[in-house]
Design a binder for this molecule. Structure first.
Ligand SMILES: Cc1cc2nc3c(=O)[nH]c(=O)nc-3n(C[C@H](O)[C@H](O)[C@H](O)COP(=O)(O)O)c2cc1C
Length: 207
């Protein structure tokens, strides 16, 4: 069954954005309609000026993507949330959007939709799993059926995590997600869309 997929992410320098795009491609390959949305900055210009390129990347992405809204979440049959790892957890920018979903949570509007998460770290053991897992409780509170990546995709033993897609960006210059990282992300998008479509059929059969 066709379904709607929301990919809501925060990205400061583009790694999570690349994963979000690949997830969107994967969901579209399963027949889904996709909305890519970028959460907005919560820090001031002083912080954005700390690293070369942050302000420019934010301006570029803000021109390319609308900010996520609660209406996007209601529209979606499946929601994927992505964030750079921040001290082992998710960014406050993504979390601020999630915390704005109180009204839809209160009305049970997201119950029995599909949910998943993804991240990018700078170092291999910098907290990809903890970040994705830190988002799981919020997805559960919202009533989403959490869809992990598992090890079903062909490249799942060489990239990503069993919980959600990931990439590692540290290097002499920022390292973009590899083709293997992106393939895992596409697989996550496809899987999430397939499950979201099945859950939509279930919800419609009940009503
Ligand atoms: C405040 C802050 C905290 C961070 N904490 C971590 C961390 O705990 N572990 C890690 O590996 N990288 C950490 N990073 C690096 C980012 O997670 C990493 O560069 C990521 O690839 C950025 O994704 P983006 O390009 O989508 O912004 C941190 C970066 C910032 C600015």
């Amino acid at each position: 069954m066709t379904c709607n997929i929301l990919v809501a992410f925060y990205s400061r320098s583009g790694s999570v954005e690349s994963l979000a795009q690949a997830i969107g491609e994967g969901a579209e390959s399963a027949g889904a309609k996709v909305r890519l949305r970028r959460a907005r900055e919560l820090v001031g210009e002083d912080v954005m000026a700390l690293a070369p390129g942050w302000s420019e990347a934010a301006a570029r992405m803000n021109a390319a993507y609308e900010a996520p809204t609660a209406t996007d979440a209601e529209w979606a049959d499946g929601i994927l949330v992505g964030s750079p790892t921040r001290f082992g957890g998710a960014s406050s920018e993504l979390r601020a959007w999630l915390e704005g979903l109180g009204a839809v949570w209160f009305q049970n509007k997201l119950v029995d939709k599909a949910g998943g998460a993804f991240t990018s770290t700078s170092t291999t053991h910098g907290g990809a799993e903890t970040t994705v897992l830190s988002l799981y409780p919020t997805l559960a509170h919202l009533g989403l059926v959490i869809v992990p990546n598992g090890y079903g995709a062909p490249l799942s033993r060489v990239a990503g995590t069993p919980y959600g897609s990931s990439s590692v960006s540290a290097g002499p210059e920022r390292r973009a997600p590899t083709e293997q990282d992106l393939e895992i992300a596409r697989a996550q998008g496809r899987r999430l869309a397939e499950v979201a479509g099945a859950l939509r059929a279930l919800r419609e059969a009940r009503s």
